[in-house]
Design a protein around this ligand. Structure first.
Ligand SMILES: C[S@@+](CC[C@H](N)C(=O)[O-])C[C@H]1O[C@@H](n2cnc3c(N)ncnc32)[C@H](O)[C@@H]1O
Length: 285
């Protein structure tokens, strides 16, 4: 293109960031009926932006047209659900949080004798759940308590089937390892990419599909991670979730949220802060 050639025109249709409410409602109902993904719980702006990403990728102008495309080409659903659920995650995401957990939470967690139950809620492809496993094993080793590793029970849950499949496979691309300290990488993964997690760190870790909002919560947990999940939910759903987490925790159990998230409403009275900066809270004993 010569420097004098005008740039190509901007795409001739604007994306549906507002308007078309009725069509959008229909599309939401369709997605729920076909794939059981309840769009009603998600922030409207977020949802529109994400659906627009897929519409643009497939050259569709209206929600109705895109709905028809989903009927003609159901494989598009996989791309749409990937886009809607935002599965981005990493091992040791926010390293400072893991350091704080090691110092302020692990000693208490392993004080007793029974199982140490950890729930990674919205686990995506498993990096968070496995990071918890690695952290605990390294700590136990340092404390000369490796015999306690058998007490670790970590459950990762997510709504997205493809992420869960990836979690069970435990093979990771370079991007997943970007925040992982070198020695940890060498010790716990086979050389990659893909970096395969060693079987020892997979022991006691399992994954299951569970919708955080409409599914049954786990019970009797000692530590719950719910990081970078609730930001996508409406405020009242967030409040409901925090209460569910409170019930899912054993007394004295810990809740860890994402760095950009915070407790709201009555939930603020339910939990005691352990480390405000790292978003670590505790259900009182
Ligand atoms: C950005 S990832 C967060 C992954 C990890 N917790 C972290 O912080 O790195 C958000 C995850 O929440 C999951 N998610 C979204 N809505 C959900 C729901 N209603 N029930 C269960 N999981 C959900 C998505 O599928 C996605 O894997």
């Amino acid at each position: 293109m010569s420097p004098l050639t005008p740039p190509p025109p901007f795409p001739s249709f604007s994306f549906p960031l507002e308007g078309d409410d009725e069509e959008l409602e229909k599309l939401k109902r369709k997605i729920e009926a076909d794939r059981g993904f309840n769009c009603q719980f998600y922030k409207e702006k977020c949802l529109r932006r994400r659906i627009a990403v897929r519409m643009r990728a497939r050259g569709q102008r209206t929600f109705a047209e895109y709905g028809q495309l989903l009927d003609r080409d159901p494989a598009e659903y996989d791309h749409l659900l990937d886009t809607l659920t935002i599965n981005v995650t990493k091992f040791f995401r926010n390293l400072e949080t893991w350091n704080a957990l090691e110092q302020q939470v692990l000693p208490t967690l392993f004080e007793g004798k029974g199982p140490v139950k950890v729930w990674s809620a919205g686990s995506a492809s498993g990096e968070e759940a496995y990071t918890a496993s690695i952290l605990m094993r390294e700590w136990l080793e340092k404390e000369r308590r490796l015999h306690d590793a058998g007490r670790i029970q970590i459950t990762g849950t997510d709504i997205d089937r493809r992420s869960l499949e990836a979690a069970r496979k435990a093979e990771y691309p370079e991007l997943s390892m970007a925040e992982t300290p070198g020695p940890v990488l060498q010790r716990w993964f086979s050389p990659g990419p893909p970096f395969t997690l060693r079987p020892e760190a997979r022991q006691g870790v399992s994954f299951e599909r569970r919708d955080l909002i409409s599914g049954e919560p786990l019970q009797g947990q000692n530590l719950i991670f719910c990081r970078n999940v609730v930001i996508y939910f409406d405020r009242d759903i967030q409040e409901r979730l925090f209460k569910r987490f409170y019930d899912a925790l054993a007394p004295g159990g810990f809740l860890v949220m994402g760095k950009v998230e915070t407790l709201i409403g009555e939930a603020r009275l339910l939990f005691r802060p352990v480390n405000n900066r790292e978003r670590i809270f505790r259900r009182p004993l």
